[in-house]
Design a protein around this ligand. Structure first.
Ligand SMILES: NC(=O)c1ccc[n+]([C@@H]2O[C@H](COP(=O)([O-])OP(=O)(O)OC[C@H]3O[C@@H](n4cnc5c(N)ncnc54)[C@H](OP(=O)(O)O)[C@@H]3O)[C@@H](O)[C@H]2O)c1
Length: 209
């Protein structure tokens, strides 16, 4: 399986840093190859290949790190290239001022993306983890959860297998509709982290297992 991360923002950087040790030949795609190559050099990310977005889309598994507003036109434009592939979705569909969600109750960003690209297998993951956590995923002896969701069981299992070895606890979190809960929990965790002064170092893990 070939894998690409696309996007060089806060989550893109964190994902590449975390996945590089466990995925040989990881591709990192950006609108600017110069920028991504500079980041690879600065981060001494040996083994990561900086590529164009078109080349990144050739991988079997594509993990995007875009905002919802940019992801929608992107998947519409590249629906054919994404067809038959796995798209790992990390979106939390906040409003620009982080005061609410742009999706209606009764749906989630992951489900809305799946509707736009029905021939792609959308797998939700990493939504509950804010970017700072990638620098130190262990807190007080515990690691954060990654909730892996999909309406395609085989694709979900492929992503669960792929992620073995990352310093998180990986959980089969069921269908995409569970992102209605996961995505909405993230605004709550953001508010709490800001109130108690540790934002953006925040994620969540279910206790009791
Ligand atoms: N921030 C968090 O802690 C966090 C936590 C969980 C989930 N998420 C989700 O992760 C996603 C990314 O968040 P982020 O904080 O990493 O965002 P960010 O820092 O703003 O990075 C977004 C990246 O998207 C890429 N991009 C592609 N098309 C774009 C366009 N048309 N305009 C602007 N940028 C474009 C850019 O990479 P290139 O310039 O390389 O193309 C940009 O660096 C969001 O959906 C968010 O909800 C974020």
């Amino acid at each position: 399986m070939t894998v690409s991360v696309i996007g060089t923002g806060r989550m893109g950087k964190g994902l590449v840093k975390t996945l590089n040790p466990i995925i040989p030949g990881l591709n990192w795609g950006s609108r600017s190859i110069d920028h991504v190559q500079q980041l690879i050099k600065e981060g001494e990310l040996k083994g990561v290949k900086g590529v164009s977005l078109d080349d990144a889309l050739r991988a079997d598994i594509i993990i995007h790190a875009f905002w919802f507003r940019d992801l929608i036109p992107f998947v519409q434009k590249h629906a054919q290239q994404l067809s038959g592939k796995i798209l790992v979705d990390i979106v939390n569909p906040f409003t620009e001022d982080f005061s609410d969600f742009i999706t209606e109750w009764g749906t989630s960003a992951a489900e809305e993306i799946q509707k736009i690209i029905p021939s792609t297998k959308v797998v939700g993951a990493f939504k509950n983890t804010f970017f700072k956590v990638f620098e130190n995923p262990e807190h007080q002896g515990l690691t954060s959860d990654i909730y892996v969701t999909s309406d395609h069981d085989e694709a979900k299992n492929s992503v669960i297998d792929l992620l073995q070895g990352v310093p998180f606890r990986i959980m089969d979190a069921g269908k995409l509709m569970n992102n209605r809960t996961i995505e909405r929990m993230t605004l709550f965790e953001r508010e709490i982290a800001i109130r108690y002064g540790h934002y953006p170092y925040v994620s969540f893990r279910l206790f009791g297992q």
